[in-house]
Design a protein around this ligand. Structure first.
Ligand code: NAP
Length: 205
């Protein structure tokens, strides 16, 4: 049985904050692998104005291509309609019945996950690894964790993580302003964004 981390994300584009989170999750939890899964069309971003899924997927693939324990999967971008995490986890459990899944996200998601579609199914399908940044209030997170354990029998690991003030939004803004994003994304991703001139147009998000 493998211990598999799952990290979903819009990854628009993927950056070193995402990759360090994946790396920490791997090592701190003795995971065998971590699979990055770019979203298709998220129901929380219903206008679907985000960069097309194939580009986001390709950049994510480039970012992890040389890592022996990281993979990028296209199961969400191939799915018709909106992307729901519970469906992804159920699909993975059917495809890989021998594995145990750990869904990795920033701890803020602990406070919104009840509003995601079918939270009980999410908690039934995986253990959550919630990464909290240094300086966050532990008390509130421990309380939230306890509430989710009571309400959903959730399995939740609170994982200490770094505070890295990089976001995909800031990266897109820098590109629009003609500024460099070197070192904010892996070199291969930087080269691809430059080659394809991505995120340069005012309405290209
Ligand atoms: P994202 O913006 O691309 O971020 C992906 C993950 O990386 C998030 O957990 C985010 O945590 C973390 N992250 C980003 N920048 C970081 C930094 N500088 N340092 C540390 N961590 C960083 O993706 P997203 O749009 O939030 O989506 C995350 C997942 O949640 C996706 O799989 C999506 O499908 C899922 N989701 C599902 C539903 C549903 O099923 N109904 C609803 C909403 C989201 P932070 O958010 O804390 O930055």
């Amino acid at each position: 049985m493998g211990k598999i981390g799952i990290m979903g994300g819009t990854f628009n584009p993927i950056h070193i904050g995402h990759l360090l989170l994946a790396q920490y999750a791997l090592e701190e939890n003795d995971l065998d692998e971590i699979w990055l899964i770019p979203t298709g069309c998220s129901y929380m971003k219903q206008d679907c104005s985000v960069m097309n899924a194939d580009e986001r997927h390709y950049m994510t693939k480039l970012a992890v291509s040389e890592h022996p324990k990281m993979r990028c999967m296209d199961i969400e971008i191939k799915r018709e309609g909106y992307t729901y995490t519970f469906e992804t986890l159920e699909q993975l459990r059917l495809l890989y019945p021998g594995d145990e899944f750990y869904f990795v996200f920033g701890a803020d998601c602990l406070f919104s996950i009840e509003n995601w579609k079918e939270p009980q199914k999410i908690f039934d399908s995986c253990t959550i690894i919630a990464a909290f940044r240094s300086g966050s209030s532990m008390d509130e997170m421990e309380k939230k964790k306890a509430a989710l354990v009571t309400a959903f029998h959730a399995k939740i690991i609170l994982m200490p993580f770094l505070r890295i003030e990089i976001s995909s939004t800031a990266i897109r803004e820098r590109l629009k302003e003609g500024k460099s994003i070197r070192y904010m994304v892996p070199d291969a991703v930087l080269r691809y964004i430059e080659e394809k001139n991505l995120y340069r147009l005012p309405n290209e998000d």
